[in-house]
Design a protein around this ligand. Structure first.
Ligand code: NAP
Length: 458
């Protein structure tokens, strides 16, 4: 895959980049390793000062960087700018909280282990490789980098090959904020060049956000070298609407959950599972609202849904819908790519699904919603849990006993009740099943790439 910016709104190749040579990758790994030695010796206060200065750069450049995101991957401009601001906020969050999250923990009564004192402390690992996706080109990277650097680690970024300008922006960002040279570097390489980087003894761990095949490959290479890996993979999140729910509110939220980021979000509600007593009302309202969305140029502030990021992604999505239709599913709205340039796909609601359709098992990475009619909570749960994924979920009910019943049984890393899943720096984020392992964000996220050292004193 070429490392290039292709504008998904027009299909025009804007810029093509040479991949880094083996020698350049070596230089960058060496500088991340050297910087790790410096960073681990700095105080939290000093790192926080640099992190806040870096956040201020992001805030000051949010509009310009937002336009770059939209140019490279096509999300509506307001969402791009919001992504940059959210990234800056999470940098402040880790600057303010890292020391607290990584504070030493004493054992209350050390005599039980025969010690005068026993405690644990968190120490950085060193250089960590981050393999990142294009769908949130800044946020996905910052939510790794902010805690990693505040913990005293350094970062090496292998970004998706279709967002090279975002990757290049991030290459210099932390140094501009005051961090020692080498604290965070971009490696402009393709997926096939990742293995030797993971194998390098100076690289201590790897985190990947992306698809299941990429995760499987990266985690197995890490396992070969007995290195820690963290995987944030795909999702096909259920959005369950039970008969006690506020149906108009659920339908309006369902639209936002499905089309945010042009539908290309791992935590988007993708499968809408609705109790038969409210199904007709929900389906009609949901399809009406999806059909009214403004699809067009993502640089236009009036646009609600832009193009998909790549031609392949659009074709893959169209293939899922076509397969379902060929096997008897009904399209309530959308169901096709509009004529004209760019990688657009119309917001789509599809019903009448059956198990042999690919859409039932696979992740629909675009504005396509699947609707399921269920008789009761047992059937709702069965449909919710029937995929191999387990990232997040949404549950709409006003029945407390039913709520508790679902919370205990939904196979997911999170449940958002009477709302939609969003990532938030204050809340741990991650999945189970084939959505991956490990957690990002909150206190749990910063602890993932630390050595939890146990200390015992006679
Ligand atoms: P992708 O194709 O897996 O790419 C993700 C990253 O992995 C890119 O940097 C890619 O590089 C690299 N990569 C791909 N194959 C690789 C391999 N064999 N070895 C090493 N690196 C490899 O995924 P995507 O299409 O960019 O992103 C969409 C997927 O990410 C969706 O499944 C979505 O649900 C998931 N996602 C998950 C989360 C989460 O937090 N759980 C968040 C966002 C997205 P190249 O671009 O050079 O191929």
């Amino acid at each position: 895959m070429a490392i290039s910016t292709v504008n998904p709104t027009t299909g025009v190749t804007e810029q093509v980049f040479e991949a880094h040579s083996t020698e350049e990758v070596e230089r960058r790994i060496a500088s991340a390793d050297e910087a790790a030695k410096i960073l681990r010796g700095t105080s939290y206060a000093r790192r926080a000062e640099w992190m806040k200065a870096t956040a201020q750069l992001l805030e000051a450049e949010a509009e310009e960087l937002g336009r770059l995101i939209t140019l490279e991957m096509g999300k509506p401009i307001a969402q791009s700018v919001a992504e940059v601001r959210k990234s800056a906020a999470s940098m402040h969050f880790y600057a303010d909280n890292a020391e607290k999250f990584l504070a030493d923990t004493p054992l209350e009564d050390p005599s039980v282990v025969g010690a005068s004192k026993a405690w644990t402390t968190y120490q950085p690992l060193g250089a960590v490789l981050a393999v990142m996706p294009w769908n949130y080109p800044i946020w996905q990277v910052i939510r790794f980098a902010a805690p990693a650097l505040m913990a005293g680690n350094t970062g090496l970024l292998k970004h998706a090959s279709n967002v090279p300008q975002s990757a290049i922006y991030l290459d210099t960002l932390f140094e501009r904020g005051g961090f020692p040279a080498g604290s965070f570097r971009t490696l402009l390489i393709g997926g096939s060049a990742v293995a030797p980087v993971i194998a390098d003894p100076r690289v201590k761990a790897v985190t990947l956000t992306g698809s299941e095949p990429a995760g499987r490959s990266v985690a197995s290479i890490a396992a070969d070298h007995v290195k820690k890996s963290l995987l944030e993979l795909g999702g096909s999140d259920p959005f369950v609407v039970m008969d006690s729910a506020n149906v108009p509110a659920a339908a309006a939220t369902a639209v936002r959950a499905r089309i945010s980021n042009n539908g290309q979000s791992c935590i988007a509600g993708k499968r809408f599972i609705v109790h038969t007593d409210v199904y007709d009302e929900f389906a009609a309202e949901f399809a009406r609202l999806m059909g009214e969305l403004v699809v067009g140029d993502p640089m236009d502030p009036a646009t609600q849904v832009g193009p998909l990021a790549t031609a392949d992604g659009r074709d893959e999505l169209a293939g899922l819908v076509d397969d379902a239709v060929a096997l008897g599913a009904q399209v309530l709205v959308g169901g096709s790519a509009p004529q004209g340039e760019g990688y657009f796909y119309l917001p789509t609601v599809i019903a009448g699904l059956s198990d042999e359709m690919r859409l039932v098992q696979e992740e629909a990475f675009g504005p396509v919603a699947s609707l399921y009619r269920v008789r009761d909570r047992e059937e709702a749960l069965q449909v919710a849990n029937q995929t191999t994924f387990g990232l997040s979920s949404a549950l709409w009910t006003n029945d407390a006993a039913e709520e508790q019943w679902f919370l205990e049984r939904l196979e997911a890393g999170a449940v958002f009740i009477n709302g939609m899943t969003v990532s938030n720096q204050e809340l741990p984020f991650g999945g189970i099943k084939r959505s991956g392992f490990g957690r990002e964000l909150a206190a749990e996220g910063i602890r993932e790439f630390c050595n939890l050292k146990t200390l015992w004193k006679a």
